[in-house]
Design a protein around this ligand. Structure first.
Ligand code: HDE
Length: 699
């Protein structure tokens, strides 16, 4: 039967019709395929009115359609994730490079011919589902590989270390960072007393705090973020050779961050900044790519490191053990339904494939329990793996049965093993199945932290020492902001004491910003801080940042009379560099160029502060510039772009705005005049991203 086109009915028609004929709609009979039905498949004749005794009479309880619809709606939400509630995901694939079989027998890492489907979810940790994207926070970076040998989940973060060493402290850490229970604020913030109370009493968190106060915790984009497995895992090859490994993801676009003031503005202007960025990029065919690598060491090498490889508060500097690339991931498709896929996806670090195994990292061991457990309360059923986003793409069968929402129909009489009644029933795979690496283990039963976990400051010092000067300033700014929000002075003093142990210069900067010089508590480190530790330049985002504007967004402020040829030249040049241009006009309805063409705008000025762009161009007409002078948003647009250290291009007509914003048009190499259609200098300058030397002048 030929499919009839769906009926198109504007809501206003419905209302009018409905009113006109006293609530009765006269419509063309729908085709069977397209008609609205109840969940039982019954075609619904009227979805506008409930069943009543008379047009103005009471609603009848027998209206099963009304009850079914409302009941379903009432149950539309499931509990959000207890951590990492706000997230955004995308589909894609992973493809291995040649030669990994020396390290692992994992099929998806060894066969460069196959493209393994993946689903990747990025998230913030502390905020609830409805919080904003640009909070200062760790970002989750969780990837589910649907391999031919079953699902493998690499559930990582964008920071390579963690706050605690033992999973038993996780509930305390999360309770401390979440909104305080008596007042239910602050949302999506670590800047409050309970968080800093807990961490300042937990010195093992010092290294992680350095990362979280750094630019890493305010990434520019999910596309420009590194990922780390954090815990130590094992890889084993077909010959049984074992290596301890740390997993790393590196984005092709480079690793970039926002500036704190910028993140604060963006959280109001566009709370979905990171989501929108990923969505726009993938819809435009600009697919984010990440390279997966490992740092691999054998047990002997691990013993020689000056920290314990089982301690998740430590990194292996890349200069000590270099990264070995294994393959690349491309994200190329957004989910078609957020709830069904991104909300229901259930990651679990215990999901392994042959060739990969755990280490005895006590943080990891606790995680192995937690994720499955949390899915039971979040997704409400032990059958959550049957939800399409969670189901493996290879065949799966076992003798587990029943439970809430069981989808699969198992026809056999046999649901036990061993059995002789159904020779087709699933059986053990023997050596072809997953086998834990036979690592010898023994020990005395006790609750004790190993002494090798006791150095809490040396790597925090290493991190600070490896940053460029602007990055160091930002760390100080991060601490000062967060501690400034703590009301309890004793917490600030305690933290200043820890900072003294990490790096006295840092402690001094923070104390000065807080107005608390000389007030640091004295805190005795458990072991001597190693200040001679060699810096690791790879820890800096900006020391060797790629000079590119690929994946970046240039905002152009225009008015009526803006030079059309200039705009065209900008768009062309940006496109050639894989960047995009977005037009900001006084009105979203559009603007008229100097050749009288009405062009659309992407944003109206009040709705798009310069903070949401990577670089900006001011290209008003002379008359337009005069009009903009009366608009605070226009003056702020320039002022903020300058304060956020952006590259600013401008035409001569924009000069009055510089005066109003008190910005010197010759301030530095990041403020570039554009003559005619010569946009090349501006684009080249934009590849520098920001002018760090400007910072001490503006902040
Ligand atoms: Fe998680 N973590 N975690 N975590 N975690 C969860 O699982 C947990 C830790 C990470 O996009 C939960 O499904 C414990 C480190 C990500 O859906 C929960 C401990 C790292 C995500 C849980 C940790 C992570 C989670 C909440 C301390 C970096 C989001 C909802 C031992 C390697 C995945 C859920 C997604 C989510 C427990 C520490 C990463 C409660 C007990 C370290 C990216 O099970």
């Amino acid at each position: 039967m030929a499919k009839k086109p769906p009926r198109s009915r504007r809501p206003s028609d419905t209302v009018n019709e409905s009113i006109a004929d006293g609530g009765e709609l006269h419509q063309v009979a729908p085709s069977v395929e397209t008609s609205l039905t109840t969940n039982q498949g019954l075609p619904v004749s009227d979805d506008q009115n409930s069943l009543k005794a008379g047009a103005r009479g009471p609603v009848l309880l027998e209206d099963f359609h009304l009850r079914e619809k409302i009941t379903h709606f009432d149950h539309e939400r499931i509990p959000e994730r207890v951590v990492h509630a706000r997230g955004y995901g995308a589909h894609g694939y992973f493809q291995a490079y040649e030669g990994n079989d020396e390290l692992t027998k994992a099929d998806f890492l060894c066969d460069p011919e196959i493209k393994t489907p993946v689903f990747c979810r990025f998230s913030t940790v502390a905020g609830s589902e409805g919080s904003f994207d640009t909070a200062r926070d760790v970002r989750g970076f969780a990837t589910k590989f649907y391999t031919r040998e079953g699902n493998y989940d690499l559930v990582g973060n964008n920071i390579p270390v963690f706050f605690i060493q033992d999973a038993i402290k996780f509930p305390d850490l999360i309770h401390a960072v979440k909104p305080e229970p008596d007042r239910a604020f602050p949302q999506a913030q670590s800047a409050h007393d309970t968080f800093w109370d807990f961490v300042s009493l937990t010195p093992e968190s010092m290294h992680m705090l350095m990362w979280v106060m750094s630019d890493r915790a305010i990434p520019r984009s999910f596309r420009m973020m590194q990922g780390f497995g954090v815990n130590t895992f094992r890889l084993v090859n077909a010959q049984g050779k074992v290596k301890l490994v740390k997993f790393h993801w590196r984005p092709k676009l480079g690793t970039f961050s926002l500036i704190w003031d910028e993140a604060v503005v963006i959280s109001g202007a566009d709370p979905d900044f990171h989501r929108r960025d990923l969505w726009n990029a993938i819809q435009a065919g600009d697919f984010p790519e990440y390279e997966l690598s490992v740092q691999a060491v054998d047990e002997k090498q691990a013993e020689k490191l000056d920290f314990d490889i089982l301690d998740a508060t430590k990194i292996i500097p890349e200069e000590v053990i270099p990264l070995r690339p294994l393959g690349k991931m491309v994200l190329n498709r957004m989910p078609s339904n957020f709830f069904a896929e991104t909300e229901q996806v259930a990651f679990c670090p215990a999901n392994l494939v042959p060739g990969i195994d755990f280490s005895d990292d006590p943080l990891l061991q606790g995680r192995l329990f937690s994720y499955l457990d949390t899915q039971l309360s979040r997704l409400g059923s032990p059958n959550f793996q049957e939800i399409p986003i969670n189901a493996p793409k290879n065949a799966w069968q076992n003798l587990q049965r029943d439970g809430h929402m069981r989808m699969r129909v198992d026809p056999s009489r046999v649901s036990y093993e061993p059995n002789s009644l159904d020779m087709a029933a699933p059986r053990e795979a023997g050596p072809d199945g997953f086998q834990s690496i036979p690592i010898p283990t023994e020990g005395t039963k006790l609750r004790q932290r190993p002494e090798s976990f006791a150095d809490h400051y040396s790597q925090a010092h290493l991190f600070y020492k490896s940053l460029t000067e602007p990055e160091q300033r930002h760390v100080a700014g991060g601490f000062a902001f967060e501690l400034g929000k703590c009301q309890e002075l004793k917490i600030r003093r305690r933290m200043l004491g820890h900072l003294e142990n990490i790096e006295p210069k840092l402690a001094e900067m923070v104390a000065e910003k807080l107005g608390m010089e000389g007030e640091a508590d004295e805190i005795q480190p458990a072991v001597e801080v190693n200040r001679r530790i060699k810096p690791s330049p790879a820890l800096s985002q900006y020391a060797a940042a790629p000079q590119t504007i690929a994946g970046r967004k240039i905002g152009v402020l225009v008015t009526d009379g803006t030079d059309a040829k200039l705009l065209d030249a900008l768009v062309k040049k940006a496109k050639a560099e894989k960047a995009t241009v977005e037009i900001v006009a006084p009105k979203v309805g559009g603007f008229t160029t100097d050749d009288d063409e009405l062009r659309p705008a992407d944003h109206f000025l009040g709705g798009a502060p310069s903070a949401v762009f990577d670089a900006v161009v001011l290209a008003p007409s002379a008359a337009g510039a005069q009009e903009l002078l009366t608009t605070a948003a226009a003056v702020d647009w320039l002022r903020m772009a300058f304060a956020h250290l952006k590259i600013i291009g401008y035409t001569a007509e924009a000069a009055p705005l510089f005066e109003a914003a008190n910005v010197d048009p010759d301030a530095d190499e990041g403020v570039v005049v554009i003559q005619g259609v010569k946009v090349g200098d501006f684009i080249e300058a934009a590849k520098r991203h920001r002018i760090w030397e400007r910072e001490p002048k503006v902040r």
